[in-house]
Design a protein around this ligand. Structure first.
Ligand code: ADP
Ligand code: MG
Length: 213
């Protein structure tokens, strides 16, 4: 198995004052691969994602991003979607564009993307009027438009009911695969992990794996 990696973490550790969050953590994410990380609340999943994207600095070890654009090629979807209330749905999505496009090209692209997440015609909807699942899909479209190489998903569906959560996991897998985006999906729900990922790993195994060298 000699696949190209998009992200490689080796022997990484992180603490906050006296609290050790993780130590000797290793993880490899291959191109186009979706990995789900399963771990209980408080084990350090969000801290790890924040270290990957550069919102926190790991104490030691290496975090390699195999792409010229570095952390710019990493998208991040938070647990609670962050949408700007002074912009409508289309306006929020437009913030995600990484390419230079004309106004008409943007309009067409937003229209197509909304249809692809089953929100066709939602352009002018106020974001406050969206349900949790709709708002999360809008945030997801915005993240996908940034054309990331890697998308970090931090329990993005955990606030939603079981049925919505599982169907969004299946759909998100399709959207990632269609666009050849690798992803780390963090969750505490084993079934959600199985639905979205090519490979499910437990938090503890990332720490044990590096003992092998
Ligand atoms: P998870 O996402 O797996 O629920 P977190 O990464 O949010 O876990 O938190 C891991 C541990 O680090 C927890 O004990 C949490 O209290 C602690 N922690 C997280 N962020 C900070 C911070 N900024 N300062 C101090 N402790 C923190
Ligand atoms: Mg968390």
């Amino acid at each position: 198995m000699n696949k190209d990696f998009v992200l490689k973490i080796e022997h990484s550790s992180k603490h906050f004052d006296a609290v050790k969050v993780f130590e000797g953590l290793s993880l490899r994410l291959n191109a186009n691969e979706i990995v789900a990380i399963l771990g209980p609340s408080g084990c350090g999943k969000s801290t790890l994602l924040r270290c990957i994207v550069g919102l926190e600095k790991a104490d030691s070890g290496t975090i390699l991003i195999a792409h010229q654009r570095g952390t710019e090629s990493i998208g991040y979807l938070f647990q609670n979607p962050i949408l700007y209330p002074h912009l409508n749905t289309a306006g929020n999505i437009a913030l995600g564009f990484s390419e230079r496009l004309t106004k008409q090209e943007k309009k067409n692209r937003i229209e197509q993307e909304l249809i692809s997440v089953e929100l066709g015609g939602f352009e002018t909807r106020a974001v406050e009027s969206l349900s949790g699942g709709e708002a999360q899909r809008v945030a997801l479209v915005r993240a996908l438009l940034g054309d990331p190489k890697v998308l970090l998903l931090d329990e993005p569906f955990s606030a939603l009911d079981l049925e919505t959560r599982r169907s969004l996991a299946v759909q998100t897998r399709q959207w990632l695969k269609q666009r050849s985006i690798a992803s780390i999906h963090v969750t505490h729900d084993p079934e959600e992990a199985e639905l979205i990922a090519d490979r499910v790993i437990t938090w503890d195994s990332m720490i044990a794996v590096n003992e092998e060298e």
